[in-house]
Write a protein that binds this ligand. Structure first.
Ligand code: NDP
Length: 247
């Protein structure tokens, strides 16, 4: 039997792409879900597309620690526990450092790093009390290598890898599992966060290489695999590239 069935799973950044696909996958496997993001209309239609599923949504910006706490508190009030906290929200406005895009740098640091920390802070107390829990984050191949235009984005994903490894070292004795899901290119709405005109142009070219990226469902399968292992097994990282991706 699936070990996902009846698990209480919170997903931050569930309104599109990997978070949406993971919501659908875990719903199929019988998880009890509390999902969040900023776009209420997208969350609402996702929930409506899943009849007969134990699922609720809340609007929350991961940069707001009170809002993230409210999502976890909602799950605890409704189900008495949280088994999985999936910190998936992220943005990737790529540009050269010389463009001085200060607002975008700050946004990436706030969402990609502080968002993950806010999720960890909200879920850790209840998981320690339970002496069980699983914290998952979407990291990236960009947490392992650096590319021009992606210096800050890579910096956030390197940072998250350090934070997740620290979390593992500090909390494994409390029976808390940690997993980083580290994809290469996945076909999602993420490039919509590009504002730099050169990057938008590059994106148009890459988008014409049909079928290059992974599907969000491929990543959802990896998340489900990590959750579905026995409690004594911690899948600390899964690195997944499209077969034809070189870097
Ligand atoms: P999408 O843009 O489709 O999804 C991003 C999700 O994050 C959305 O649900 C969005 O919801 C949410 N989000 C963004 N900012 C915030 C915020 N401030 N508060 C709450 N939610 C937020 O892209 P992906 O599915 O690709 O991205 C998911 C994760 O995967 C990211 O962490 C990304 O860095 C990572 N990743 C993606 C890769 C790819 O190639 N696509 C490769 C490697 C890693 P909303 O806008 O409604 O708030």
């Amino acid at each position: 039997m699936s070990k996902i069935k009846d698990k209480v799973v919170v997903i931050m950044g569930a309104s599109s792409g990997i978070g949406e696909a993971t919501t659908k996958k875990l719903a199929q496997e019988g998880a009890r879900l509390v999902i969040a993001a900023r776009r209420e209309d997208r969350l609402k239609s996702l929930v409506e597309s899943l009849p007969n599923v134990e699922i609720s949504f809340l609007v929350a910006d991961v940069t707001n620690k009170e809002k993230v706490q409210a999502v976890v508190d909602f799950a605890v009030e409704k189900y008495g526990r949280v088994d999985v906290m999936y910190n998936n929200a992220g943005v990737m406005p790529l540009a050269l450092l010389s463009e001085n895009r200060f607002d975008e740098w700050r946004q990436m640091l706030e969402i990609n790093i502080m968002g993950v920390l806010n999720g960890i802070a909200a879920a850790l107390p209840i998981m320690k009390k339970q002496q069980s829990g699983h914290i998952i984050t979407t990291d990236s191949v960009a947490g392992h290598i650096v590319m021009p235009t992606a210096a800050v984005y890579c910096g956030t994903k390197f940072a998250v890898r350090a934070i997740m490894e620290g979390l593992r070292q500090e909390e494994h004795e409390n029976n808390i599992r940690t997993t980083m899901i580290s994809p290469g290119a996945v076909d999602t709405e993420l490039p919509k966060s590009f504002n730099d005109p050169q990057m938008v142009e590059m994106l148009k070219e890459t988008a014409s290489i049909e079928g290059f990226g992974l599907r969000p469902e491929d990543i959802a399968d990896a998340v489900a695999y990590a959750i579905n292992t026995p409690e004594s097994v911690a899948i600390n990282e899964i690195l997944i590239r499209p077969t034809k991706q070189s870097m």
